[in-house]
Design a protein around this ligand. Structure first.
Ligand SMILES: Nc1ncnc2c1ncn2[C@@H]1O[C@H](COP(=O)(O)OP(=O)(O)OP(=O)(O)O)[C@@H](O)[C@H]1O
Ligand SMILES: [Mg+2]
Length: 595
């Protein structure tokens, strides 16, 4: 078995999480490496002033205070002012460069994360909460890059400043240096004690934090339901519990790490006491001068700040690393629905769409479709009817590959849909969903999503066909009326008609209508239905409807129950089946209407 001694150095270095994290981040830093390095280089002199001051203290004490030589005293203040001016300018330049580099990397990370989000499949969105997405895709990018760059700079400045100060210490007295550096080393070693518990706590804080984001999201999107069911107090209670959790976690971090600084302070003070005790003996013996002593103590006091804050910087870097780990977890998520390496482009549907022995489940062990078979010749309309939860929407969401079929296959003209490029496959479909999503923007923009660049007359035609004309004309700004978030300032029926217009303008060969007219009143439905009949002409259509009056003309009606086809045929054929499922559904609705 390999151990530390036998494993190659390269492997050991790669296994080090810090090195591994920097390596992962490298592609993101690479385009800006010059500025990143420049800013690091500029920080070096900025950190050197402290040691210069400490060094001056020796000459000042020995020449001015002891030997009473005033010449030296005149130019020291000038030197200090000059030094500080240079240091301040450098600090500004470094701050500017760092923010620039950090900001660029954050943006690149966010863009790449968003790209990843766009490639994720529907199942990912079903099982991931929105707060988590906001936290991890947005906030982590900032925590990772700015946190890392900024704290790396601090770490470098402080290390350089510390090394320079230690040189001053050594110059003055190696004996005292041994004591002082020993005390600092013990204090610094404490950081490793808190490392483990810190990681766990930071992880938990992130999880709870994302739940808090979800709470805001639900308060926003669910505001009506909350009001209707008087859930305000309940929601507040839940939120309050969450906040208490976050508070405890943060206090946990302080409890586990907050003692670090004071304890380090104590150990360093002990070292300082020891230095004072020993130095009096050294001065009396003449081993060191008074100047050496003042210079040493000044350097020691100045050294305390960088060493002490290294603990905090370490924690900050650790937090940034955890954010990087989370980001790369997202990058490493498998893209489950994507093009095969070699794909065909779907140019035209010329024969038929077939579902061959399709089985599907959202969750393992809960089958939704079982051995589903269906042949839909091009240009025909198939209607899916049946009980709620029977799997109708599931059937039509497999066709654009929102989900991947479990067993069996779906073919278009004999070729598995997985062998077509996703883009070309979806390009041939127009979908009106059960609940349609409208984007923030104008009505025009929302309809043109169907076919960007469509002509104005096509747009007019689509609006007319979707029975939206009257409504649009009644608006002062017409088509350019801004919709609120998710189009919430439209009625349910109006939103549905915008979605229908979107499908019309797409002019696609395959049309999927999932309860497309369910939110319309009888009069508009009759009109939109006529328009939909137009849309359905010469196209391959999947239509799902509870109101059976809208499907009587379909070429084939499929009755789906618990994921299985129980009957299929034309309206007349199905009605003729004695005690048939379709006949029962139809008669129930027909009688209701008559009553
Ligand atoms: N995203 C999902 N994740 C897990 N289970 C789901 C998901 N969507 C639907 N289901 C389940 O799959 C089954 C079939 O749902 P589907 O939406 O296909 O039914 P449906 O026939 O369209 O019903 P309805 O007429 O009410 O729209 C249901 O039991 C449902 O609970
Ligand atoms: Mg449905």
């Amino acid at each position: 078995m390999k151990n530390i001694l036998t494993r190659p150095i390269g492997e050991l270095v790669a296994a080090n999480p810090i090195v591994a994290n920097y390596k992962k981040m490298w592609p993101f830093v690479k385009p800006y490496w010059f500025r990143a390095v420049l800013s690091l280089l500029l920080t070096l002199p900025a950190g050197a002033l402290d040691s210069a001051i400490a060094l001056f203290m020796k000459s000042f004490t020995d020449d001015v205070l002891v030997a009473k030589d005033a010449k030296f005293a005149t130019f020291i203040p000038l030197l200090i002012v000059g030094f500080v001016l240079v240091q301040s300018s450098l600090t500004y330049a470094v701050k500017y460069l760092n923010t620039w580099v950090g900001g660029k990397i954050t943006i690149t990370l966010r863009k790449k994360l968003f790209h990843k989000l766009m490639t994720m499949h529907s199942g990912y969105f079903d099982t991931t909460n929105s707060g988590y997405i906001m936290m991890r895709y947005n906030n982590d990018a900032d925590a990772a890059s700015s946190g890392l760059i900024d704290n790396l700079r601090k770490m470098v400045t402080r290390t350089c400043s510390a090394i320079a100060l230690i040189c001053v210490l050594l110059y003055n007295s190696w004996q005292l240096t041994v004591i002082a550096v020993g005390a600092f080393a013990v204090a610094g070693g404490l950081i490793f004690v808190v490392r483990k518990s810190l990681e766990d706590l930071v992880r938990k804080t992130v999880v709870v934090g994302s739940v808090a984001m979800r709470a805001y999201n639900e308060a926003f999107n669910g505001n009506r339901t909350i009001a209707a069911y008087n859930l305000q107090e309940d929601q507040e209670q839940r939120f309050s519990n969450l906040m208490n959790n976050i508070f405890s976690l943060n206090m946990g971090i302080v409890k586990h790490t907050g003692w670090l600084s004071p304890v380090m302070h104590f150990i360093v003070s002990l070292g300082l006491a020891l230095v004072f005790w020993l130095s009096s003996a050294l001065i009396v013996k003449g081993t060191i001068t008074s100047g050496n002593f003042t210079s040493f103590v000044t350097a020691l006091l100045l050294l305390y700040h960088p060493v002490k804050s290294m603990g905090d910087t370490y924690i900050a870097i650790k937090t940034a690393f955890l954010a990087i780990e989370r980001i790369f977890e997202i990058f490493d998520l498998p893209v489950q629905i994507a093009d095969k390496p070699e794909v065909k482009s779907l140019n035209r549907v010329s024969k038929e769409i077939c579902f061959n022995h399709v089985s599907f489940s959202y969750k393992p062990d809960v089958p939704v479709l079982k051995d589903f078979n269906l042949k839909v010749p091009v240009g025909s309309t198939v209607a899916l009817v049946g009980n709620s939860g029977g799997g109708k929407s599931t059937v039509v969401s497999l066709l654009p590959r929102f989900y991947e079929v479990g067993k069996g296959s779906i073919t278009i003209d004999g070729i598995d849909i997985k062998d077509y490029s996703l883009h070309s496959l979806r390009d041939h479909m127009a979908v009106v969903f059960q609940d349609n999503f409208l984007f923030t923007g104008t009505i025009r923009e929302n309809i043109l999503i169907g076919r960007p660049g469509a002509s104005e007359s096509d747009l007019k035609q689509a609006i007319k066909s979707a029975h939206l004309e009257e409504f649009v004309d009644s608006l002062p700004k017409g088509l350019d009326t801004e919709l609120g978030e998710r189009g919430l300032n439209l009625s349910g029926g109006q939103r549905q008609r915008v979605a229908i217009a979107r499908a019309f303008i797409r002019n696609a060969e395959i049309v999927i209508l999932d309860e497309a007219t369910s939110a319309l009143d009888n009069k508009s439905e009759a009109v939109v239905q006529k328009a939909l009949d137009n849309l359905m002409k010469n196209r391959t259509v999947f239509v799902i409807a509870h109101r059976l009056s809208t499907v009587v003309n379909a070429d084939k009606i499929v009755v789906l129950n618990e994921g299985q086809i129980v009957e299929e045929g034309t309206h007349a054929e199905l009605l003729a089946i004695p005690n048939g499922a379709y006949a029962a559904l139809y008669n129930a609705q027909f009688k209701k209407k008559q009553a």
